[in-house]
Design a protein around this ligand. Structure first.
Ligand code: C5P
Length: 407
């Protein structure tokens, strides 16, 4: 079974969606997993410790200061003995506590003490979900590497409509499986393969405080790394400066400039598959100023002399020795997307170009969805608009098919 041998610490917060957590416990157990549960004081207003314990088949923990609970399994052990901590429903209050590191009850203390990954399924009124404070807390938690599932959009118990409904138990159980299964398992279409992926922008320094950059978020490259790991590959992700957590089960190397990125890619070789998704700066400043460039009264603005950066994709794709069996480039264009993409396929020497339109109004750069065209010598295949994570899964499956059988 998909969760067999895995143990989940489920924290049930105080929301009407708490009743769905009972169904979630049933689903985790059906998939072979074990559940320990913490019920917050507010959570116990919606479901009883007895119903949770009956379904989990384990004692439910409720109180930080309970002598019997602490004697049985202290909160530190409780927070670390599981493979994954899941908060469902995660109320606005629980998310705020997590974002600020508060630890004033058993649930928040376990969340602060854990050294395991945390998956949260938010559930709250739509106004609470869209409030600036919740938005800030979410950004903090995402930066900390907390995983999210949902919320869904729909009619709520309070009568309002919008995002804030807790994800369905089946979707949460799937997210638990993904979180626990995203480590290279050695199984899957890329098992035994080494995949090198570049992601994000590069920063090219002008002086100690200024740099040239671009709008790449790294979302597509990081999603590709996670998808390749889920497909069983050993993955090295070489990332420019992004505000995303390192994907689970992936070796992530952080770089700043194009020159550093090329160095890290060469260091990571050999690879079976190389995917160059980063938006590498085409130019760098010829001479980086040692000190901050100062404004001079009456003087014209400084002009920047630029040098071209090395083309990492072309360098690796045209290697005489040790070329990866499949080399993939990306082409982000604002006009004539396919014409430029076909030109790049030839000029860079790669096997596939994944082209996308990043023109004004497409919201592709920095956004969560993408429309891609797969360009190979055999022709062009255009995919519908899909979430970047889904694009990543499909691309990885496609690259696994295109990979020569003996690489
Ligand atoms: O030439 P252009 O920047 O449009 O090419 C895009 C493709 O080339 C992307 O795959 C990008 O990661 C890669 N590239 C690179 N090194 C550069 C410039 C682009 O690897 N210096």
């Amino acid at each position: 079974m998909s969760l067999s041998g895995k143990s989940v610490l489920l924290i049930i917060g105080g929301g009407i969606a708490a009743y769905k957590s009972l169904e979630l416990i049933r689903e985790i157990k059906k998939r072979g997993g074990a559940v320990h549960a913490i019920l917050t004081k507010a959570g116990s207003e919606f479901v009883t410790p007895l119903s949770v314990a009956s379904l989990a088949g384990e004692k439910v923990f409720t109180d930080l200061f309970s002598l019997t609970d602490e004697a049985e399994m202290g909160h530190i052990e409780l927070s670390r003995s599981a493979d994954l901590v899941v908060v469902a429903p995660a109320t606005a209050d629980l998310l705020a506590k997590m974002a600020h590191g508060l630890a004033n009850d058993l649930a928040s203390t376990a969340l602060l003490a854990t050294d395991k990954r945390v998956l949260v399924a938010p559930a709250m009124n739509v106004r609470m979900w869209t409030h600036a404070a919740t938005t800030r807390n979410l950004a903090t938690l995402k930066k900390d590497g907390v995983l999210f599932v949902g919320p869904d959009e729909g009619e709520m118990a309070c009568g309002e409509f919008g995002p804030g409904r807790m994800a369905e138990p089946l979707a949460i159980a799937d997210a638990i499986e993904t979180a626990l299964g995203s480590k290279p398992s050695g199984k899957g279409p890329l098992s035994g393969k080494h995949v090198v992926i570049t992601s994000g922008p590069t920063h090219e320094p002008i002086d100690p405080v200024r740099y040239i950059a671009n709008r790449s978020s790294g979302k597509q490259g990081h999603a590709l790394a996670a998808a390749a790991a889920a497909a069983g590959a050993k993955v090295t992700l070489i990332s420019g400066p992004v505000s995303l957590p390192d994907p689970h089960g992936v070796k992530t190397v952080h770089v700043e400039t194009a020159a550093d990125m090329l160095g890290a890619v060469e260091h990571a070789m050999p690879a079976d598959l190389a995917i160059f998704c980063a938006a590498v700066a085409d130019w760098r400043v010829k001479t980086e100023a040692k000190d901050k460039i100062k404004k001079q009264k009456g003087a014209p603005p400084p002009s920047l002399a630029l040098d071209p950066n090395p083309d990492i994709l072309a360098t690796i794709a045209t290697r005489k020795k040790g070329r990866p069996a499949l080399v993939v480039g990306f082409a982000a264009e604002t006009t004539d997307v396919l014409t430029y993409a076909k030109g790049k396929l030839a000029s860079k020497g790669c096997d596939v170009i994944v082209a996308n339109d990043v023109g004004a109004g497409t919201e592709v750069m920095g956004g969560d969805a993408n429309i891609v065209h797969l360009v190979t010598v055999r022709g062009v295949e255009t995919w519908p608009k899909l979430p970047k994570t889904e694009v990543a899964t499909r691309l990885i499956a496609e690259f696994a098919r295109l990979l020569p059988k003996k690489s």
